[in-house]
Design a protein around this ligand. Structure first.
Ligand SMILES: NC(=O)c1ccc[n+]([C@@H]2O[C@H](COP(=O)([O-])OP(=O)(O)OC[C@H]3O[C@@H](n4cnc5c(N)ncnc54)[C@H](OP(=O)(O)O)[C@@H]3O)[C@@H](O)[C@H]2O)c1
Length: 334
């Protein structure tokens, strides 16, 4: 996830390898103890054992054939859940299903969440099957170095990281695909801490725009949008049996990190988290459904954390409602 776009300031949270030495040192000093497996091990000393029982539940995990989503999905199956795993590559899905404790409990669904048409088609298939989802994990997320416009004319990371999550959740709710007491979990990223909500910059498709497209910013903005969208759902469904959470996994040694942040991975590989460590908070939230004191929080290592560590990210003029109005406008079926 290393961006080389010229003339734009890199985000330290997602692009530490490009930062000046002083900032680089303060970046690693500040975040490594917490986001690496050091933080995970230190915090887990105070956790009781988690023996989840998901028997009778149906989970749907988007981006559920490897990495963090794959690990959460594997834990769900091991704890008795029926799983619908969504990803693009059918062979990888089959190999993943075979690697779980109960391959017969895994339904494989091929869909590319960078394309609205495939999200809508998946919704139709699931509706025709009469699926009822108890736990929905909106986990799929990508960071691109270069601006890639989909054949539907939208910027890829915008659709994959936030728009498709919104369409899927909104439609699953309105079509009755989510159980009355369903849990919905968004996988965000610490990369969002660097950004306020800026709705107008979520989908930059032009070439001579102000600001210019910067992959690392597009990623951070969409991750911030996931946090705000969760706040919207929590308010809308407050007092019902449904629970909406957003979490971040810390720094996890997944295929995505190796592909898109090779220098970051090289520097930190000895302390990056394993997939199960990154997925732990997803499993915890689904198992415990803990109360949340603030509707804007993000969960990390089994605890509710602030959604803002820099005061400047609170200074957004956009709101959950302006975000949702914009996502609605993009959500039409192609
Ligand atoms: N790894 C980290 O350190 C880290 C840190 C912070 C946040 N996160 C967040 O955690 C989430 C998972 O990341 P990860 O590192 O586990 O990724 P990963 O290892 O690349 O796994 C991605 C999963 O998503 C699927 N996928 C990718 N693109 C897709 C698309 N367009 N449509 C449908 N499925 C797609 C992949 O299968 P196919 O390739 O077959 O589609 C795979 O199952 C992301 O939201 C990421 O932003 C990760």
């Amino acid at each position: 996830m290393t961006s080389t776009n010229s003339g734009a300031k890199p985000s330290l949270l997602r692009n530490p390898a490009n930062a000046p030495l002083g900032k680089l040192i303060s970046f690693y000093v500040r975040f490594t103890p917490s986001y690496s497996k050091i933080g995970y091990h230190a915090r887990s000393l105070f956790w009781g054992s988690l023996r989840p029982d998901f028997r009778g539940q149906t989970w749907l995990v988007i981006g559920g054939s490897e990495g963090i989503g794959g690990s959460a999905a594997r834990s769900a199956v091991a704890a008795g859940a029926r799983l619908i795993s969504v990803a693009r590559n059918a062979e990888k899905l089959t190999a993943f299903a075979q690697s779980t404790a109960h391959p017969d409990q895994v339904q494989k669904e091929v869909a590319d969440f960078s394309l609205r048409s495939e999200v809508w088609a998946l919704l139709d298939r699931l509706q025709a099957q009469g699926v009822k989802i108890d736990v929905l994990v909106n986990n799929v997320g990508i960071q691109k170095r270069d601006q890639i416009i989909t054949k539907e004319g939208l910027e890829t990371s915008f659709v994959t990281n936030i728009l498709s999550h919104y369409i899927f959740t909104r439609e699953a709710l309105s079509r009755g695909l989510l159980a009355d007491n369903a849990t919905v979990i968004e996988t965000a990223s610490g990369g969002m801490y660097n950004h306020p909500l800026v709705v107008k910059d979520l989908n930059i498709t032009g070439t001579n725009t102000t600001p210019a497209y910067l992959g690392v910013r597009a990623y951070g903005l969409s991750k911030r949008a996931q946090v705000v969208l969760t706040q919207y759902w929590r308010r809308k469904f407050a007092g019902t049996g449904r629970n909406f959470y957003v979490m971040h996994p810390g720094w996890v040694d997944t295929a995505a990190v190796g592909r898109s942040m090779p220098r970051f991975r090289e520097t930190l590989k000895s302390v990056l988290r394993s997939d199960p460590q990154g997925a732990d908070t997803i499993v915890y939230l689904a198992a415990k459904r803990p109360p949340q004191t603030s509707d804007e929080s993000i969960w990390f290592d089994r605890r509710e954390r602030t959604a803002h560590i820099f005061p400047r990210t609170r200074a957004a003029t956009d709101t959950p409602e302006t975000l949702v109005a914009s996502l609605d406008a993009y959500s039409t079926r192609p």
